[in-house]
Write a protein that binds this ligand. Structure first.
Ligand code: PFF
Length: 455
C-alpha cells in the first residue's frame, strides 16, 4: 500500500482540500441562498450545519478514503467485496463527472470575464452617462459572453486545457503545488476586496443585514437550504473527499484536518458576504437579483464600474473566482482519474486524457444550452440545468446518505474510532459525537431534505 501516491506535506493536503471545498459554492451560491434565506438567520443556520453535521460527514468520507487508500468505488469494495455497496461509490463517480461537465462551462465563463477585465473589454463602451443604464449594459455583455455560441466554447476549451495541465502534473506536482500557491492568493484577494467594500458609504447597512440575526425568517425551507449549502460547500457526496483523503499519509489527524477545512470554508463564505452585501447596499442595488449568474456577471461588474479603477477590482475578483473554480474543478476531475487508475490500471496520463478529452463534447453541450441548443430539453430542462439539478439535488444526497449508512452501520464501530484516533495513538474529541451524527442524525436529516425537495 505504501506505493499509493500521497500528498507531500500537511500544509499541502490542507491547501488541496480547502481548494476543493472553496469553490463557486462559497463565492457565488452562498450570497444568493443567504439572501433568499433572509440574511443573517440563514448564516447562523449554515454555520451550525457545517459544524454539527458537515464535519462528521466529512470525517466519514475521510475515514473511508484514508482507511482504504482507494478510489471512491474501491473504498466500498475493500471491506465488503461482493456486496452492492460499491454502487454508492459508482454514483459518486457519476455525480462528480456530471458536475464536472457543467462546472467546466462556468470555469470557462470565469476565465473569459478575467480576460475581458484585464483587456478592458468588459467596460469598453460604458461612458459616464451610461452608468444609470449599467444593468442593461452588463446584461448585454453577459448575453455576448455567455449566451453566444463560439466565445464561451473557446473559453471552455481553455478551461479544459488548464485543468488537464494541472492533473497531468500529478497529485504532488500538479494539484498540491498549485493549491499551495493559489490558496494564499485567494485569501489575500478576498481580504483586499473586503477592505474596499467595508469602506464604501453606508457599508454598515449591508453588514448588519448579513450579521445581525432575524429569527422570524427561519422556516423549514431555510433550514434545509442551509443544510444543502453546507454539504455542497464542503464538497460532500461527490467522492472528492474520499479520493483526496486516500492521498493522506497514515499519520494525518483527520479530525483536526476536517475542522481546519470547515472553518476556512466558513471563513471564505463570511468574507464573501462582507464583500457582497455592503457593496450591494451601498450602491442601492439590493433590489437586483443576487441569483445565479446575474450576481457575478451583472451586479458585480455594475459595482466595479462605480468604483475608481474598475478594471483593477474586476480583474482581482475574477482571479479570485478563477482560483476557486480551478482548484475545485481539478478535485472533481480527480475522482474519475483516480477511479480509472485504480479500477482499470491505467497510467495517470492515460486516465487524465480519458477523463478530460470527452469534455470537449460533453461540456460543449451545456455551454451551447445558453445559445443555439437552448431548445434542447431533458425533462423540461436545458442540458445545463438538467446536469445541475440531477447531480446536486438527487445524486449528492443519495451518496452522502449511503456513505453515512456504510461507515455508521456496515463497517464495524471500531473502524471510525481507529481512523479518527490513528489506531489509538492520538486522542480525538470528535469521536463519539461524530459516530452519533454519522449513524443517526445525518442520515435522517439528509432523507428529510431529499423528501422535502420533492414535495
Ligand atoms: N465545495 C465546492 C464548491 O463550493 O464549489 C463544491 C464543488 C462543486 C467542488 C463543483 C467541485 C466542483 F467541481
Amino acid at each position: 500500500m505504501s506505493s499509493k501516491t500521497e500528498f507531500a506535506s500537511k500544509i499541502g493536503l490542507v491547501a488541496a482540500t480547502v481548494g476543493s471545498a472553496v469553490g463557486l459554492g462559497n463565492i457565488w451560491r452562498f450570497p444568493a441562498v443567504t439572501q433568499e434565506g433572509g440574511g443573517s438567520a440563514f448564516l447562523l443556520l449554515y454555520v451550525l450545519c457545517v459544524l454539527l453535521l458537515g464535519i462528521p460527514v466529512m470525517l466519514a468520507e475521510f475515514s473511508l478514503g484514508r482507511g482504504t487508500k482507494s478510489d471512491s468505488i474501491g473504498a466500498f469494495r475493500k471491506y465488503t467485496p461482493g456486496k452492492p455497496w460499491w454502487i454508492v461509490g459508482a454514483l459518486a463517480v457519476l455525480a462528480s463527472y456530471l458536475i464536472l461537465c457543467f462546472y467546466t462551462v462556468v470555469e470557462g465563463w470565469t476565465l473569459e470575464y478575467l480576460f475581458e477585465s484585464i483587456t478592458g473589454g468588459l467596460f469598453s463602451g460604458l461612458g459616464d452617462a451610461d452608468i444609470a443604464e449599467s444593468r442593461a449594459f452588463f446584461g448585454g455583455r453577459m448575453e455576448e459572453y455567455v449566451c453566444s455560441d463560439l466565445r464561451p466554447l473557446i473559453f471552455v476549451f481553455v478551461a479544459i486545457i488548464v485543468n488537464m495541465a494541472v492533473l497531468l502534473g500529478g497529485v504532488q506536482k500538479g494539484i498540491e503545488r498549485l493549491s499551495n500557491v493559489l490558496m494564499p492568493v485567494l485569501f489575500v484577494i478576498l481580504a483586499v476586496l473586503m477592505g474596499v467594500s467595508l469602506t464604501l458609504p453606508d457599508a454598515s447597512e449591508g453588514v448588519s443585514y448579513f450579521l445581525s440575526p432575524d429569527f422570524s425568517k427561519v422556516t423549514p425551507k431555510v433550514v434545509f437550504s442551509a443544510l444543502g449549502q453546507a454539504f455542497f460547500s464542503l464538497s460532500l457526496g461527490m467522492g472528492i473527499l474520499i479520493t483526496y483523503s486516500s492521498y493522506y499519509p497514515k499519520d494525518t489527524r483527520l479530525a483536526r484536518t476536517s475542522v481546519i477545512v470547515a472553518v476556512l470554508s466558513l471563513l471564505v463564505a463570511v468574507m464573501v458576504g462582507l464583500v457582497i452585501f455592503p457593496a450591494v447596499k451601498s450602491f442601492g442595488l439590493d433590489d437586483e437579483s443576487l441569483q445565479g449568474a446575474t450576481l457575478v456577471f451583472v451586479t458585480l461588474p455594475e459595482i466595479f464600474a462605480r468604483l475608481p479603477l474598475p478594471q483593477l477590482w474586476s480583474a482581482l475578483f475574477f482571479v479570485l473566482l478563477a482560483v476557486a473554480a480551478v482548484t475545485s474543478c481539478i478535485s472533481i476531475a480527480e475522482v474519475s482519474v483516480a477511479t480509472l487508475q485504480d479500477r482499470c490500471h491505467l497510467s495517470r496520463t492515460k486516465a487524465v486524457l480519458c477523463v478530460m478529452l470527452p469534455l470537449t463534447v460533453l461540456s460543449a453541450l451545456p455551454s451551447l444550452s445558453f445559445g443555439s441548443l437552448e431548445g434542447l430539453k431533458i425533462f423540461g430542462m436545458t442540458v445545463f440545468d438538467f446536469l445541475d439539478n440531477f447531480s446536486t439535488n438527487i445524486l449528492l444526497p443519495i451518496v452522502s446518505f449511503g456513505v453515512c449508512l456504510y461507515v455508521g452501520h456496515v463497517l464495524p464501530k471500531s473502524y471510525l474510532h481507529d481512523e479518527l484516533t490513528n489506531n489509538g495513538t492520538v486522542r480525538s474529541p470528535l469521536n463519539s459525537v461524530s459516530a452519533f451524527v454519522i449513524r443517526w442524525l445525518a442520515p435522517v436529516l439528509i432523507a428529510l431534505v431529499f423528501i422535502y425537495d420533492f414535495l
